[in-house]
Design a protein. Structure first.
Length: 354
């Protein structure tokens, strides 16, 4: 039997969805949380250096952790320590106290096939897809998890041995590189004694990696009509009302020097078939016109009988690494996600447009 797992959790770093976004349907989490007890038991045998214990307690106290720290022991996530907190989900923290994950670890129920620890990442690989060898080994150890496939995106994080992944629905998770332990947390950063939010350097580099592998031929492009000053990528669904509102602003953005690249990203049940009809158009202009009709008039263009190729799903699958939580999801060319209302004056400032 194959098991489903992970739902996005609101932990240390919270992503707020503005009222100009259409949220993805929720995924179901059916993994038994009691497995965290097994994790805690396995850690009890670990040894702990007293100086590291004292240092981490000091770092967390200074960063504002008020809950009682009941114990610190080696984590089942590589190169991390688990901090057990009274009445709260545990933390997992690096030895230097910089990178932190909050969340229960879930034991992967799959049979472990690959037991050898493969070479781990270095700083230059942060935000890059894992190597084919590492991915193959991880998937071999995840046979009981039905959400995992060769299409599943996996990326190196700033913590060697800890891998970031996402389901094809865009639900993020973290796991050990041997795929034995999984959590739905995200990596946060402590700098100058304070939590500063998610690891934005990783997020940006990861998003750059994803944008770089998209098929340009499957993007609908609205080029700047004046000197180009910015390029953005927008994950769009034809049935998302906020996507339609954003679409109305594209001529203004083009006039201000912004090139808009649209990623077909259906999230509504009826959208894949409708968007397939648009992407079935034989040339870029016809496709753009069909998309305009859908977004501005609500008029969908059906697929012709001769169109038997899915032009939407390949890029949507590649874009799973963006972990889109709601559409329209707007990214600068440098991989930074815009997280406020696109109808705010701040949006143009985000793009560097006066």
């Amino acid at each position: 039997m194959k098991l489903s797992f992970v739902t996005f959790a609101s932990l240390i770093g919270v992503m707020s969805l503005a009222t100009t976004a259409c949220a993805q349907p929720s995924a179901k989490d059916v993994m038994n949380k009691n497995t965290s007890q097994n994790v805690a038991s396995s850690q009890a045998a670990g040894t702990m250096n007293q100086s590291i214990d004292s240092h981490l307690r000091q770092v967390l106290t200074q960063a504002g952790i008020k809950a009682q720290i009941t114990s610190i022991a080696p984590s089942n996530l590589p190169n991390m320590y688990q901090v057990t907190l009274a009445g709260q989900a545990p933390l997992h923290i690096t030895k230097d106290g910089k990178y932190v994950i909050q969340g229960e670890l879930q034991k992967n129920p799959s049979k472990r096939v690959v037991t050898k620890t493969l070479p781990r990442s270095h700083s230059e690989q942060i935000g890059q897809p894992v190597s084919a060898t590492v991915k193959s080994a991880m998937l071999a150890n995840m046979s009981a998890l039905k959400n995992m496939s060769t299409k599943t995106p996996f990326f190196y994080t700033a913590v060697p041995g800890v891998i970031w992944g996402a389901t094809l629905e865009g639900v993020p998770f973290l796991l050990s590189d041997d795929a034995q332990y999984i959590t739905d947390g995200e990596i946060s950063v402590i700098e100058n004694g304070q939590f500063v939010g998610l690891d934005t350097e990783f997020e940006q580099r990861k998003n750059q990696s994803v944008l770089a592998i998209l098929d340009d031929k499957q993007l609908i492009r609205y080029p700047a009509t004046s000197t180009e000053k910015a390029v953005i990528y927008v994950a769009d669904d034809v049935n998302c009302p906020y996507c339609r509102r954003f679409h109305q602003q594209i001529p203004m953005l083009n006039a201000k020097g912004v090139t808009v690249n649209v990623i077909g990203y259906p999230i509504y049940e009826q959208s894949p078939a409708q968007m397939r009809g648009i992407w079935c158009q034989t040339d870029a202009n016809s496709r753009r016109q069909a998309f305009d009709k859908a977004m501005l008039q609500g008029e969908m263009t059906p697929a012709s009988a001769s169109c038997d190729v899915d032009q939407v799903t390949p890029n949507r699958d590649k874009a799973a690494g963006l972990a889109v939580m709601a559409t329209p999801a707007i990214y600068r060319e440098d991989g930074v996600l815009y997280q406020a209302s696109f109808e705010s004056p701040e949006f143009l400032k985000f793009l560097g447009i006066e």
